[in-house]
Design a protein around this ligand. Structure first.
Ligand code: NAD
Length: 426
């Protein structure tokens, strides 16, 4: 069916990330009866950059790459958000992710605004040397744009602690002194925080545990399916497994594995390290994303990319709880279908906020030249996530609204208040 054949009001494709982000914002803004001028300010990014830059590849060719950085809002503090290296990354996607970062930081009440960035590249197709050159040149293009007081990147899809180390080093070379606070998610030896690598997965585990409890299910013994086995998915799977959850299916970009008896994520991680995918791990049956999403499980963790559960497949979800480890994995047109089916969704800006909370801890530790032990990081993370979960649960109960709207309403109102109190310059 083409767009023109579509009956009026029926979409032929899932909403894009920016369409989802704007629909969620508009819904919250309507709910809050936000003043038109505040709505106009918050609906668009404050600043955005597109940079095209050349890199010499291993074979001597020069390739030109395109990168982006979008600062959606800085009313509550410096901009904060990850850097994504992915072939589908474009300005619109980065705008959506930057807006979600603004709401996420506000919801967990850390003093940051929202940003996101990325390079349109498949990092798996580059050598380590090429990846380092792309990263360092991109960091150079962002000179003056990023910095500990302005905008602090972190890892996201396709980037990791090594990427952050290269950025930190590049910025430090230009400054003439070491600038640890310019990025978070660094290796611990370079001022990274204990607990940052697992922080997003840990937040997923904390929030999923609470949502399961709302459904009367103990995480110990719950059946769990996970989409994505990267930074977020692997940590979430491992920590849920440690709490007694039974992992029955996991997919990644190379395929998927299932075993009704459950499996040990450490074995999958070993297979991934050896082969580049979890698919084909010994003692497992193959499964694809469609099969994983339709599984009758207590908990479905979505930890890959956006737009996975849409109006087209939401009626196949049989999980009791859907935890959005990824950003935007459930589209707004799927939300009411899940709600009708009694599925409890833990919205992304709450579910995956553990990463930015510990990023905030890392930034604070860097500014103080001080390092907290792992137990302190985990305890503080749990406290912050629990407060945010309670805030969302209270508003849901008080106003009879769903968790997504409650989370966005809290976040948008905090940013709107900050905007209002600061006033308009000049
Ligand atoms: P990552 O690159 O480490 O992992 C992504 C995972 O998704 C990989 O296992 C990959 O194989 C898998 N994947 C890709 N395409 C897939 C497909 N079609 N089907 C199944 N699996 C697929 O990225 P990440 O950092 O884990 O981020 C995952 C999501 O979580 C993203 O939406 C990201 O924005 C969000 N997020 C990440 C963090 C963080 O701290 N890294 C924090 C908050 C939110």
């Amino acid at each position: 069916m083409t767009i023109t054949d579509a009956p009026r009001g029926v979409r032929t494709s899932a909403p894009s990330a920016i369409e989802s982000a704007l629909a969620q914002f508009d819904r919250a803004a309507n709910h809050l009866a936000l003043a038109p001028h505040t709505r106009a300010i918050l609906r668009v990014p404050k600043r955005e950059w597109t940079v095209n830059f050349p890199v010499t590849m291993d074979d001597g060719r020069t390739e030109v790459f395109t990168g982006y950085r979008v600062q959606h809002n800085v009313a509550r503090g410096p901009a904060k958000g990850g850097l994504r290296f992915h072939p589908a990354t474009d300005l619109e996607e980065v705008r959506a992710l930057a807006m979600w970062m603004t709401w996420k930081c506000a919801l967990v009440n850390v003093p940051f605004g929202g940003a996101k960035g990325g390079v349109t590249v498949d990092p798996r197709a580059l050598s380590v040397g090429e990846l380092q050159h792309v990263t360092r040149r991109f960091a150079t293009e962002l000179q003056g744009v990023i910095g500990p007081d302005v905008d602090i990147p972190a890892p996201d899809v396709g980037t990791n602690a090594q990427t952050m180390a290269w950025i930190m080093d590049t910025v430090s070379m230009h400054a003439g002194y070491t600038v640890p606070g310019v990025v978070t998610g660094k290796p611990i030896g370079l001022g990274g925080s204990e607990g940052r690598a697992d922080a997003t997965g840990m937040g997923v585990m904390f929030t999923a545990e609470r949502a399961l409890a709302e459904a009367g299910i103990d995480i110990n013994g719950a059946t769990v399916a996970v989409q994505g086995f990267g930074n977020v998915g692997e940590a979430a799977a491992r920590l849920i497994h440690e709490r007694g959850g039974r992992l029955v299916a996991i997919t990644d970009v190379g395929g998927g594995v299932a075993n009704p008896a459950g499996f040990d994520p450490a074995r999958l991680a070993a297979h991934l390290a050896e082969t580049g995918t979890i698919a084909g791990a010994p003692g497992t049956e193959p499964i694809d994303n469609a099969g994983l999403l339709a599984m009758d499980v207590d908990l479905l963790v979505l930890a890959a990319l956006e737009g996975q559960v849409t109006a087209a497949n939401a009626d196949r979800i049989r999980a009791r709880v859907v935890a959005e480890g990824a950003n935007g994995p459930v589209t707004p047109d799927a939300d009411p279908i899940l709600a009708e089916r009694g599925v409890i969704t833990v919205p992304d800006i709450l579910c995956n906020a553990g990463g930015v909370v510990v990023s905030y801890f890392e930034w604070v530790q860097n500014l103080q030249s001080f390092a907290w032990p792992a137990e302190q990081v985990a305890a503080r993370l749990r406290r912050v996530i629990n407060v945010a979960y309670d805030d969302v649960a209270s508003l849901r109960a008080a106003e009879g609204i769903d968790a997504r709207l409650a989370a966005h309403a809290i976040a948008v109102s905090r940013v709107a208040d900050a905007t209002q109190i600061r006033g308009q310059y000049p």
